[in-house]
Design a protein around this ligand. Sequence first.
Ligand code: AMP
Length: 115
Amino acid sequence: MAEETIFSKIIRREVPADIVFHDDKVTAFRDISPQAPIHILIIPNKLIPTINDITEEDETMLGHMVTVAAKIAKQEGIDETGYRLIMNCNKDAGQEVFHIHMHLLGGKNLGRLVG
Ligand code: AMP
């Protein structure tokens, strides 16, 4: 059984967060330590510790995370200027919270990361 993180408490509204979207599959809220003018985390309501723990039954929900990210980007007015979606997995990527999450970053030129 995977250990819960603070994100489970945010989903259950047991700790405060600036929630910008939620439905039966995902919750999205502003990052407490923003790395860009817009920095939102999109997380599954189901606890999945790392990308390595994703199974085929999660594929629909993962696609939904991307659809929701695009919807939020539009809401935040950065769909045309652009944004970046990032998911970190384990130590070398700097994953700190072991409940998978997609970072949505935008609102400034983010510079080149890869490519
Ligand atoms: P990662 O390094 O990919 O695991 O990112 C974890 C992110 O969660 C970091 O950007 C943190 O600032 C953010 N974070 C941690 N605790 C909270 C919280 N209580 N509310 C909002 N964001 C949080």
